[in-house]
Design a protein around this ligand. Sequence first.
Ligand code: HH2
Length: 287
Amino acid sequence: MTEGAGRLRLGRYEWSLDRPLVMGILNVTPDSFSDGGQHFGLQQALDAAARLQQEGADILDIGGESTRPGAQPVSEQQEADRVLPVLEALQSLGIALSLDSRRPSVVAQALSIGVDLVNDVTGFTQPEMQCLLPRLAAGGQGICIMHMQGEPQTMQQAPHYTDVVDEVARFLGAQQAMALQAGLATHQILLDPGFGFGKTLQHNLALFAALPRLAELGPCLVGVSRKRMLGELTGREGPASERLGASLAAALAAARSGAAVLRVHDVAQTVDALRVGAALGLHSPHH
Ligand code: HH2
């Protein structure tokens, strides 16, 4: 493993990675694929944040734009109006705050308020996002570099790779090198293969199997909770909320493969599953 990969530092928080961390998803959107609409409103978002923390989340991932396949983009102003008040109100909650945004202007405003991790589904490929890296390095914030092929609106139409694992690993390595160059450290950079982002089920499965190899590059984030790939594997292609069992199985497998952070909707159940998994020796202990 590369230097520093045994711990993670995101803004105000630092962990030793002797257990997988749980990132609870807090969507402040009317249309996210599984919990859209539920937290759409400041008070609802704050209540949900407190619940996720109480359930054992280590990090909250706040998003104001759904990136599910086919989602319509929202304007920068709309996204900022959704997430910034939530971010502001959660400052004193005592939990690491991640902003799930691919908009440099929204990220810049969030940095002025306070954020511990910038989770960019475009993987810091946009020059304006790259310009923020020195500021992130100086502030000690972390970043999550996610791989995506194409754009959310069209990415699932015809995903194509010659060697998906090789291409994703090379992308993550190159973006990581760029972030290191800008002054971030390995233990501040999460790498994410981007399950479901321009990938068929076969691509997703190949990437999942390659998690131990990807984890050699640096700490990895895995986001498969309730995703369509789990619907395809179980035949539960209806409501995403019916994919809890599938999500827990995938979370345990990701933990066993060395994932540093699990991005999930069902925090309490995931924490339970990880506790049992650790006690049974499936992976390292949790909590
Ligand atoms: N998946 C979604 C959003 N953001 N970020 C990272 N780093 N990794 C992921 O796998 C990932 C992500 C899924 O999209 P969305 O439609 O916003 O749904 P939800 O946030 O409910 O998962």
